[in-house]
Design a protein around this ligand. Structure first.
Ligand code: ZN
Length: 503
């Protein structure tokens, strides 16, 4: 029997993407090691190894095999089939690689290393003027990239699409508009309430070994599989997937502050559980990769906030935490602890922000990067524009650029269009959690009892197993019955913090 030529092309394509997945995972392991245990003397050599794997992957993607197979196969499978989804993802990956010439990639990589170094110095010395020319250069490259990739409405769309397929500046603007008005009003009401939970209890003395023990118990309970993962320490926590069978997370401990390791570990475990539960059949295929950053972030936030900062969860988990830290927590009642971990306090720094104010930090960045990209805002005027927005949305003016527009590393990497995914992820986390709760009437009782199995199963079946078969929008509609809805998030904030602050 002669083989169907279509099958032969599909096999070529799958084989090539399996090779690319392996190269990507090998690079992932090198990068994990670079951030954890690599001796510092190996830095330059590691950079070369990673760059070589990158070059190799780019060659294997663009040498004609993928393009030929795509040309033969596109349109040949029913729209909702795995094959059709696989071709869409393969096309996305191929087009991005093919549209950006090698000399552009190289120029950007050189400029971005330089910009990152200068940014680090500028932040340390609180000297925006030092970073300004580098930021200008990164913006110029971002505009070029948008032109090379192509866009319909706004150059921002081409950049944002890389992290959030199909999303546009206009869509984000509409969602954020409602969020900004409602959040600013809620924050004003919280301030006017005069209530202010005491969170000093989180700043006692907490042995790091016991923090680690608790963090491991919690994420194991959630369902993070240590047979296919591990937890290490880094300054900047992250989750690193190398396929579903090896998804590692890191965290940082602070012996006089409980929150970073506690909620940081839940956050990274949320990312990791997503990866650990993608369908077996999607491994080493274009469908095994994440579909969008926001959907990924929705899962870290769901486990960190919707579960980990809920009253039901702490009803179950607090006695154990008290048992581990009797001196620091023995006299603090559950209600006070719950208030402490949910205290709303406007601050200058995004990564320290609570659930209410977090999105305002993201909104500031989104609005400013849009203006910078359009050149309707000059780089030299960024600090003033930044501070004005912090005053308007959060009611405070950063005392320095180091605590203001120099705080994040993203723009020095050229990551324009990335910030909105944090907030889109928050919105999705609530929408998905509420759909899960509607499907699982005993969910609160289960969280109280420390049982997370049915939540994980619901998420696995409705979100994780699908890999990147669907866009985040269509997955959300399938899982929750409606498109992304910022009102749900606003209602959640009002409900939770209204109760906490007696509004
Ligand atoms: Zn995250």
């Amino acid at each position: 029997m002669r083989e169907d030529p279509k099958n032969a092309h599909l096999n070529d394509l799958k084989k090539r993407f399996a090779l690319l997945a392996d190269l990507g995972q090998a690079a992932g392991l090198l990068a994990w090691d670079q951030s954890t245990y690599m001796p510092s003397g190996a830095a330059a050599a590691r950079g070369q190894q990673l760059a070589s794997l990158d070059v190799l992957a780019h060659e294997k993607l663009t040498d004609g095999v993928v393009e030929r197979a795509l040309g033969e196969l596109e349109g040949a499978y029913p729209d909702d089939s795995d094959e059709a989804a696989l071709l869409v993802q393969a096309r996305r990956t191929f087009d991005r690689a093919a549209k950006l010439p090698a000399d552009f990639i190289e120029a950007r990589s050189i400029q971005s290393s330089k910009a990152q170094q200068v940014w680090a110095t500028a932040r340390r010395q609180d000297d925006f003027g030092l970073f300004a020319p580098e930021l200008e250069h990164m913006l110029e490259l971002a505009r070029q990239e948008a032109d090379l990739l192509g866009f319909d409405e706004h150059p921002y769309d081409a950049l944002h699409d890389r992290y959030e397929p199909g999303s546009t500046a206009m869509r984000v603007r509409a969602l954020f508009e409602l969020l900004r008005t409602e959040t600013v009003a809620l924050l004003e009401a919280i301030r006017a309430s005069g209530a202010d939970p005491d969170d000093t209890v989180l700043r006692g003395s907490f042995a790091e070994g016991k923090q680690e023990q608790f963090a491991i118990e919690v994420v194991k309970g959630f369902g993070y599989d240590f047979m296919r993962g591990r937890l290490d320490r880094t300054v900047h926590p992250f989750a690193q997937p190398m396929g579903k069978h090896d998804v590692r997370i890191t965290t940082r401990y602070s012996s006089d502050f409980l929150s970073p390791a506690l909620f940081g570990t839940m956050h990274e475990a949320g990312h990791a559980m997503y990866e650990q539960n993608v369908a077996d059949s999607y491994q080493r295929t274009p469908l095994g990769q994440l579909t969008s950053l926001s959907l990924h972030e929705s899962q870290s936030r769901l486990w960190e906030n919707l579960v980990g900062r809920s009253y039901a969860f702490w009803e179950g988990a607090y006695p154990r935490l008290q048992e581990l830290f009797p001196a620091a927590l023995g006299d603090t009642r559950l209600d006070a602890f719950y208030g402490a971990v949910n205290r709303v306090q406007p601050s200058f720094i995004r990564v320290d922000a609570d659930e209410v104010t977090y999105n305002l930090h993201v909104l500031v960045r989104f609005e400013l990067e849009l203006a910078l990209l359009e050149a309707s805002l000059n780089v030299a005027d960024l600090p003033d524009a930044w501070n004005a927005k912090y005053e308007a949305y959060l009611g405070l003016t950063p005392p320095s650029d180091a605590q203001g527009c120099l705080q994040d590393t993203h723009w020095s990497h050229g990551l324009f269009g990335y910030f909105p995914t944090y907030t889109l992820g928050n919105l999705m986390s609530v929408q998905l959690f509420e759909a899960a709760r509607a499907a699982l009437p005993d969910l609160d009782a289960e969280l109280r009892a420390g049982r997370f199995g049915s939540l994980l199963t619901w998420l696995r079946d409705h979100v994780y197993c699908h890999g990147s078969k669907y866009t985040s929008d269509s997955l959300l509609e399938r899982a929750t019955g409606k498109p992304l809805d910022a009102e749900l998030y606003v209602a959640y904030l009002k409900r939770k913090f209204g109760a906490l602050y007696g509004l």
